[in-house]
Design a protein around this ligand. Structure first.
Ligand SMILES: [Zn+2]
Length: 258
């Protein structure tokens, strides 16, 4: 199991999500003396955290919780597609956003404790909070067309892992990705769009269809996170971070681990 560690002296700062160079340099992964954080809360039905700690809504198994949230979304998505009235569509979606653990805006105004980070595309059909039936403070999200591990994306992941002890990063590609399509053809692009598709082209394998190319690009970006960041690589080695790649199918609403 992953062990989350947190320096007591920096605890309130970290829960507040403050961002300074000192915060990153003094991350738990770089400290030689560390203490265990307060126990991670377990989602219990009808329970409301009494300690006003945003960490109390962290699930025991973040990856399983993401997948379960996606299964709720996909079911509602498919039922909604089959609905023929507004009432039927509303009923289909009524099962979403039913939280076992509730964090009030008073708590969220003073801190966040995302239990998963998602690097995904800017595509308007791929919103992670929607796809995973997630609430504020659940997901730390970085998005750009083609879900590439650009400098700022890697740095953002370093921040959430070191300062917020986020234990899971998912890189999620999706069906019909326009950025991957652009990387696969020779149509002229603006200089900045060329810059955008260059790392995607580096991930392409000759002969792949679009779906295979999207999946390959997601795997490539996931690998880039640890190739380009010693902090993330160290966290994976120590077992405090898991990185996975996945594929979101817009038609079915389902996310598949790669
Ligand atoms: Zn896309």
């Amino acid at each position: 199991m992953r062990t989350l560690v947190l320096s007591c002296s920096r605890r309130s700062f970290l829960l507040g999500g403050g961002f300074t160079a000192a915060g990153l340099l003094g991350s738990s992964f770089g400290n030689s003396t560390r203490v265990e954080a307060a126990p991670i809360g377990v989602w219990e039905r009808d329970s409301i955290p009494v300690d006003e700690n945003p960490r109390s809504c962290r699930p025991k198994d973040p990856l399983a919780t993401l997948i379960e949230g996606n299964q709720r979304f996909a079911k509602a998505w498919q039922q909604s597609n089959q609905a023929t009235t507004m009432t039927a569509r509303t009923d289909a979606m009524a099962g979403l956003w039913q939280r076992d653990c509730f964090l009030s805006s008073d708590v969220l105004a003073n801190g966040q404790a995302p239990w998963a980070a998602v690097l995904t595309c800017a595509d308007s059909r791929v919103s992670p909070e929607w796809v995973f039936d997630a609430a504020p403070s659940d997901l730390f999200v970085v998005r750009s067309a083609g879900n590439t591990a650009f400098d700022n994306a890697v740095a953002s992941m370093e921040f959430t892992v070191s300062a917020l002890q986020t234990p899971l990063i998912m890189v999620m590609g999706h069906s019909a990705c326009g950025a991957v399509k652009a990387a696969r053809n020779d149509a002229p692009l603006t200089p900045l769009l060329e810059q955008l598709v260059t790392p995607i082209r580096a991930s392409l394998t000759a002969g792949d269809d679009l779906e295979a190319a999207v999946k390959g690009n997601a795997r490539f970006a996931a690998k880039q996170l640890t190739t380009r960041s010693q902090l993330l690589a160290n966290a994976v080695t120590k077992g405090s971070l898991t990185i996975v790649a996945s594929y979101f199918d817009i038609h079915s609403g389902q996310v598949t681990l790669l």
